[in-house]
Every structure is written in structure tokens, then in C-alpha cells.
Design a protein around this ligand. Structure first.
Ligand SMILES: NC(=O)C1=CN([C@@H]2O[C@H](COP(=O)(O)OP(=O)(O)OC[C@H]3O[C@@H](n4cnc5c(N)ncnc54)[C@H](OP(=O)(O)O)[C@@H]3O)[C@@H](O)[C@H]2O)C=CC1
Ligand SMILES: CC(=O)N[C@@H](CCC(=O)OP(=O)(O)O)C(=O)O
Length: 347
């Protein structure tokens, strides 16, 4: 057995950082050699996340205290806007999977417009692969830096890209309505994620303006081979994890929901983490909790010429840390499912 890959997790005291630790604890080819935090630097990981207290892990440090000589691969789980400079400063031999939004948009001018700040590493951007693994596997395999997709764009693009590529749905009139658990907003304290603000209610946010809209359109445009501008509305749900996307599409002339489902089934038949459900089966966030699966289905609409697609995923797993481990497996030549085959917990 060759030497284990030495992994650093930057932002390990956050939700996606903790999920990375949980998943990597089962990974036979890696060893965690550095964990970083900001406010919690200096603390033991087990004191921050007692549920993972049984693991032998390094103490949380500030990023500038990491000894890069003992790191081969970096997961960057920092807030967006903080990542470009950090990654630009890493030794070139280190491969990176970035969970933030900092490198997801290929057009740096669009990035500046959407995120309201200049891109701090535009030279690196051109070589970054977008890590929607099932759609961009070969680019991921060849890349030194992979931008892990946003949680909402993961399920939405997986449902739509194959259908646009095949010409089974129209590029116009796509509407994605999505609901997320509160962990999607991160662990840092914010008024909007206080218990009293979230429980016993649901509300949309970023209506017509959410920053994942342009990210979704980037993939849809690539798949359609023509510009796609979609409608995307996220909602915050009184639950900890999970995303459900309900997507309304105009079918190409003559195409039915059965055709869409059959094409998705065929496209993903060899994919370990994307399952297309049987006719009429309704996906639920409870069916993917803690797992790296995405479940898809297609339903007929009463409105002639329209269909309804559904996608569910765990925002912290396939929507973040699970997909990041999947991308690492591809980048480093490991079996893609290594460390990721745990089944969902139910209920
Ligand atoms: N949550 C989700 O479902 C998803 C999140 N993402 C993205 O992944 C990234 C991490 O998200 P998440 O884990 O939810 O975030 P959290 O807010 O839970 O964690 C953020 C982490 O970054 C550290 N940190 C915060 N500010 C700084 C700073 N200025 N310099 C260095 N470290 C800092 C925090 O340390 P400390 O705890 O000490 O403050 C913590 O370890 C974000 O970019 C997010 O957008 C992507 C997909 C899904
Ligand atoms: C519930 C919630 O607040 N969700 C986050 C998205 C989390 C995520 O995947 O995306 P990023 O990596 O792009 O931050 C939001 O809407 O901003």
C-alpha cells in the first residue's frame, strides 16, 4: 500500500469542514494532517465537534500556522470571498478542492458583478475545473484546482443538463424552485438563522437575484449550446439539512415525462451517486440524509407541453463535502466511491 495522501481542511470548524472530517475518517487512502479555524483556532477539534470526538485529529490552527510540507491536498471550506488569495498562495504541488463560490464562475467579470468584489486570482481561474463530477469528470481528473459546485446548483444542473444536451426540453422558460435546510447558511451566527426566525415557517430569499442563478445558467448554457437564463428561487426551511428542487420545464415538441425520465435513467445508469426513481416515486430529502446521493424524477404536468422535475440531495454531502471527496477521488486516481458509500439515515 502506498503512502497515504496528507490532507488539510481549511475551515474545519464549520459545517462543511465537519462533514469532510466525518467522511474522510472512513477513507483508507488519506490522513488528515492539518485543520484550520478562525475564531476557534487553538481549540481541539473534539471540543468544537463532540460528535467526532473519537477520532485522532490535529488541533485547529490559523491558516498561517499550517506546515505545508506535510500537506498534499487541500479542501478549502472557507466563506466565499476569503479563498482566492489563500489558494493563490499555496505551493504549486498541492491540489485543491474549493468548496466556496470563489472559482465557480468562469467569467471573472460576471464573478465581480455577482459577488460585488474584484476577483483576486484571475490568472488561476482559467485552469480551474467546475466540479460537478458527473458532468465534468475528465476536466476534474486533469485539474489542479477544482471549484466544488454550490449546493442548489448541484441537483438543479444534474436534472437539467442531460435534457438540454439531448434537446428534450426547451432552453426558455425554465423555473427552479428550491428549498434548503438551515445548515446551508453555515455555522456562523446570523440573525436570519436564529431558531425563532426559522422555525414554524418558510420564506423565499434572494428572490430574482440569488447568486446561484448565474452559476446554474453557466452549466445550462454549456449543456444547451446556447445562452440560457433561468428563474431560480430558494427558500429557507425549518430543517437542518437537505435540499429539494422542483423544476418546471417546457418539453421539446412531442417529448413526454416518460421520455425525460428514460433519458435521465440512461444518462446516469453507470453513476454511483445519481439515482433516477421509478414513475410516480416522489423524492424526499429524508431519502438522502447523510449520503452522497442525488435522487431525480420527472412528472407530467397538467399543462400541455410542460413537465415537472424533482431533485433531492443533502446540501452538506452531495451539495458540498461529499461531492468534494468525490472530486478528490477523481483528481487523485482513487476509486470515485471511496469513503462515500454510506447509505442515507432514515427518518
Ligand atoms: N453549508 C453548506 O451547505 C454549503 C456551503 N458551501 C460553501 O462552503 C464554504 C464553507 O461553508 P460552511 O462550512 O457552511 O461555513 P461555516 O460558516 O460553517 O464555516 C466557515 C469556516 O471558515 C472559518 N472562517 C471564517 N472566516 C474566516 C476567515 N476570515 N479566515 C479564515 N477562516 C475563516 C470558520 O472558522 P471559525 O469557526 O473559527 O469562525 C469556519 O471554520 C462556504 O464558502 C460555503 O459557501 C458550499 C456548499 C454547501
Ligand atoms: C440556506 C442558505 O443560506 N444557503 C446558502 C447556499 C449555500 C451553498 O451551497 O452555497 P455557497 O457555497 O454558494 O455558499 C445561500 O443561499 O447563500
Amino acid at each position: 500500500m502506498s503512502e497515504k495522501t496528507r490532507v488539510a481542511i481549511l475551515g474545519a470548524s464549520g459545517y462543511t469542514g465537519a462533514e469532510l472530517v466525518r467522511l474522510l475518517a472512513l477513507h483508507p487512502h488519506v490522513r488528515i494532517t492539518a485543520l484550520t479555524a478562525d475564531r476557534r483556532a487553538g481549540k481541539e477539534f473534539a471540543d468544537v465537534f463532540p460528535h467526532l470526538g473519537g477520532l485522532d485529529l490535529p488541533t485547529l490552527t490559523a491558516i498561517d500556522e499550517v506546515n505545508w510540507d506535510v500537506v498534499d491536498f487541500v479542501f478549502c471550506a472557507l466563506p466565499h470571498g476569503t479563498t482566492q488569495e489563500v489558494i493563490a498562495g499555496l505551493p504549486e504541488r498541492i491540489k485543491v478542492c474549493d468548496l466556496s463560490a470563489d472559482f465557480r464562475l468562469k467569467d471573472t467579470a460576471l464573478y465581480e458583478q455577482v459577488y460585488g468584489a474584484p476577483h483576486k486570482a484571475p490568472d488561476l481561474q482559467a485552469s480551474v475545473a467546475y466540479g460537478l463530477t458527473e458532468m465534468y469528470r475528465e476536466q476534474v481528473r486533469a485539474a489542479r484546482i477544482v471549484a466544488n459546485p454550490g449546493c442548489y446548483p448541484t441537483g438543479i444542473q444534474l436534472a437539467l443538463m442531460p435534457l438540454l444536451k439531448a434537446g428534450l426540453i426547451e432552453a426558455e422558460g425554465i423555473i427552479a424552485d428550491a428549498k434548503s435546510g438551515v445548515t446551508g447558511a453555515g455555522r456562523g451566527p446570523k440573525e436570519g438563522t436564529l431558531y425563532a426566525e426559522v422555525t414554524e415557517g418558510i420564506h423565499p430569499y434572494g428572490v430574482g437575484t440569488h447568486r446561484h442563478g448565474p452559476e446554474i445558467d453557466q452549466g445550462l448554457t454549456d449543456a444547451a449550446g446556447q445562452p440560457v437564463v433561468s428563474t431560480f428561487t430558494p427558500h429557507l426551511m425549518p430543517m437542518a439539512r437537505g435540499i429539494l428542487a422542483t423544476i418546471y420545464v417546457q418539453t421539446a415538441k412531442g417529448a413526454t415525462a416518460d421520455d425525460l425520465r428514460a433519458h435521465l435513467s440512461e444518462t446516469f445508469s453507470a453513476e454511483p451517486f445519481v439515482r433516477v426513481l421509478k414513475e410516480g416515486q416522489v423524492p424526499a430529502t429524508r431519502h438522502v440524509r447523510g449520503s452522497n446521493y442525488v435522487l431525480l424524477n420527472a412528472f407530467p404536468d397538467r399543462v400541455p407541453g410542460r413537465c415537472i422535475l424533482t431533485a433531492v440531495e443533502d446540501n452538506l454531502v452531495k451539495g458540498a463535502s461529499g461531492q468534494a471527496v468525490q472530486n478528490m477521488n477523481v483528481m487523485l486516481g482513487f476509486d470515485e466511491t471511496t469513503g462515500l458509500m454510506q447509505q442515507p439515515m432514515f427518518p
